[in-house]
Design a protein around this ligand. Structure first.
Ligand code: GLN
Length: 271
């Protein structure tokens, strides 16, 4: 019976296509809408052919293949991803998204598939006197004009230390130092403004290394902060889907496939 229904569904899909219906798709599988922001290499970026590619995209293709979904990639503002995920049961945020308590309240997280840490991108040699064991601390950014990608963990971290939200006075290490925060749509745009309107950019490790590898005037350092876990975020009602996705992710991690995707999209800069 299930087979018959599948055959009928395919026929309906094909007929609608032949008749030229707007929503026609030759793929009879249900669509899994992936929301991402393609300014975050190696996880998602636009390649030379104008396609959105990257580690997260490869992971989602594997998941689609394993679970029978037609994966459709939507490149939107990072700050809008959680909203889209909230609207549709077959939606997923795949954008190097760090697991946070706030996001966990709004959506269902998969298991972690990568670990990252915040980095600071700065003009070459400008932080030389601050670096200890290859790292700098947030307090070392006192008085600096700091660029971030809007609505990211880097954004929240800097806001908290400047005490932008006026939480508890005197608790932010950048409070009262004249440090400022400017938000950008992504870290590539932000980094392009270093030396003009900002001094440094705070963003996740691999995107920072990717940006610096393409610009001889910049360098980047690890910020001594807590590591962050990357997860996929799903609609609150997608419990069964998340359980299935976790099984696929476990296999991809176990078999070294995610490591392989990371190297493949990093052009040798992973480290
Ligand atoms: N990991 C960071 C976050 O989740 C940044 C993600 C991104 O910019 N794509 O907020």
């Amino acid at each position: 019976m299930k087979k018959l229904i599948a055959v009928l569904a395919t026929l309906v899909a094909l007929t609608s296509c032949a008749l030229g219906f707007a929503a026609c798709s030759s793929d009879p599988r249900p669509t899994l809408n992936v929301y991402t922001n393609a300014g975050f290499a190696p996880y998602e970026y636009v390649n030379e052919y104008g396609e959105v590619v990257g580690v997260d995209i490869d992971i989602m293709e594997e998941i689609g293949e394993a679970l029978g979904y037609n994966v459709v990639i939507n490149d939107i503002d990072f700050g809008l991803i959680m909203e889209e995920v909230g609207k549709n049961e077959l939606a997923v945020g795949a954008a190097g998204m760090t697991k946070t308590d706030e996001r966990d309240e709004a959506a269902l997280a998969s298991i972690s598939y990568a670990v990252s840490v915040q980095y600071v991108i700065a003009p070459k040699d400008s932080l030389d006197d601050k670096v200890v064991d290859g790292k700098v601390s947030l307090a070392d950014l006192a008085g600096k004009k700091i660029g971030v990608q809007e609505a990211t963990t880097g954004d929240y971290l800097v806001s908290d230390e400047i005490d932008e939200n006026g939480e508890i006075e005197g608790t932010g290490v950048l409070e009262g130092t004249n440090a400022t925060k400017t938000s950008y749509t992504n870290a590539i745009v932000a980094s392009g403004d270093i030396g003009a309107n900002i001094d440094v950019v705070v963003i996740d490790k691999l995107p920072a290394q990717s940006i610096v590898s393409g610009n001889a005037n910049l360098e980047c350092y690890e910020l001594s902060e807590e590591p962050e876990q990357y997860v996929l975020y799903f609609n609150k009602n997608a419990t069964e889907l998340v359980a299935k996705v976790n099984k696929v992710l476990e296999k991809l991690i176990e078999n070294g496939v995610i490591d392989y995707f990371t190297v493949k999209h990093s052009g040798g800069i992973v480290g």
